[in-house]
Design a protein around this ligand. Structure first.
Ligand SMILES: *Cc1c(COP(=O)(O)O)cnc(C)c1O
Length: 355
């Protein structure tokens, strides 16, 4: 893999920012984008000089392989602004490592770390005004890679585009969620791509999730594809169960995405003397715990919503409500994580990364 000087980015900036056209009090998640975007092409066996340019549409050949064979992976991360106007990322090297793990599984070439971190920093510095202060405000950052080579034989592409786009977001609280435990459909299987942030994993979930929505559930908690007896994760979040005062979550595997929020919650639990068990969790166990009252909480963890508390679940026609606790772990972990992200508390594990 060839390298160029770390600061070598081909930069083209906007003449006039669009920021004044944006109503920051009323933004829908992921619909507004900042002035600039990062783009780097893989051709002739290597990543070319990275570019930052005004946010704009792409021109792609209709035969670009991504449209036919789904070679596409992505990441989701956030930048936060503190009270002194400094901007911070949260564990960005983990996102970098993960996009390359996802890429490898889809036969996409690895992206160089210095291109990623320099590109990210330069882009966010340019669009710093789009990162708003205040609890819950953030810049959602979407790195992704697509196969651009115009050729429709079923083979991995020889050409790719690595991009980063950024979208200002507000705190997003949708209330507590009610979920369905999967009994028929599966998100991932042994030996598959469940651990990768592959675009196709999402496409495959939309149909069963639509069916769940029609029954009044916002999300599905996926179970293992072999037996549907063990709870694994939600479509965009890992999942935690609080049984009495112990936190339980499934181990990561080739079926489960290794969430950065998940591992941060596990670490914070340890730091705060909360028992954590990382083990398989059966549907049966959770239903029994709901019946005998030892199931205190279920919550999801992921970059977009940080922590999403769950109010009810359904399985095989049985519906269980989970009482809303006054001093919940979900509120505790959300506060702890956000205090680190917004530079309001000590960062003993070095998770904050200054832009
Ligand atoms: C992105 C994602 C998560 C959450 O990962 P974070 O790194 O915490 O944002 C969980 N599950 C799936 C399937 C995901 O795609």
């Amino acid at each position: 893999m060839s390298r160029i000087l770390t600061n070598e980015i081909d930069l083209e900036t906007v003449e006039k920012s669009r920021i004044n056209d944006v109503d920051f009090d009323n933004i829908d998640f992921g619909r507004e984008f900042t002035d600039h975007m990062f783009s780097c092409d893989f051709v002739d066996g290597e990543w070319q000089t990275p570019k930052i340019m005004p946010y704009q549409a792409l021109t792609l050949d209709p035969s670009a392989r991504v449209f036919h064979y789904g070679q596409a992976v992505f990441e989701g991360m956030k930048a936060f602004k503190d009270d002194q106007d400094e901007v911070w990322l949260f564990r960005p090297e983990d996102n970098f490592n993960r996009i390359n793990i996802s890429a490898a599984r889809l036969a996409i070439p690895e992206f160089p770390k210095d291109y990623f971190l320099n590109g990210l920093k330069t882009l966010i510095q340019l669009d710093k005004a789009w990162v708003k202060k205040g609890d819950g405000n953030a810049l959602y950052i979407r790195p992704f890679v697509i196969a651009t080579e115009p050729a429709i034989s079923a083979a991995p592409a020889n050409e790719y585009k690595f991009m980063i786009i950024c979208s200002p977001v507000k705190a997003y609280y949708k209330g507590r969620l009610s979920v369905l435990f999967a009994e028929k459909f599966s998100r991932s299987a042994d030996g598959g791509v469940g651990f990768a942030k592959a675009a196709g994993n999402y496409a495959a979930q939309f149909y069963p999730t639509n069916l769940a929505n029609k029954k009044g559930f916002q999300q599905i908690i996926w179970t293992d594809a072999n037996t549907h007896e063990y709870l694994e994760e939600a479509g965009t979040m890992n999942i935690f169960f609080r049984i009495n005062n112990t936190l339980v979550t499934a181990p990561t595997s080739d079926r489960i995405l290794d969430g950065i929020t998940r591992k941060s919650v596990i670490q914070l639990a340890k730091d705060n003397n909360i028992d954590v068990e990382i083990r398989r969790v059966s549907v049966k166990e959770i239903k029994e715990a709901a019946m005998d009252g030892s199931l205190k909480e279920i919550f999801g963890s992921g970059t977009a919503a940080v922590i999403s508390p769950i109010s009810a679940f359904e399985h095989a026609g049985d519906v269980f409500e989970i009482p809303d606790l006054e001093d919940s772990y979900s509120t505790f972990f959300k506060r702890k994580l956000m205090d680190i992200q917004y530079n309001k508390s000590d960062d003993q594990h070095g998770w904050r990364y200054k832009v």
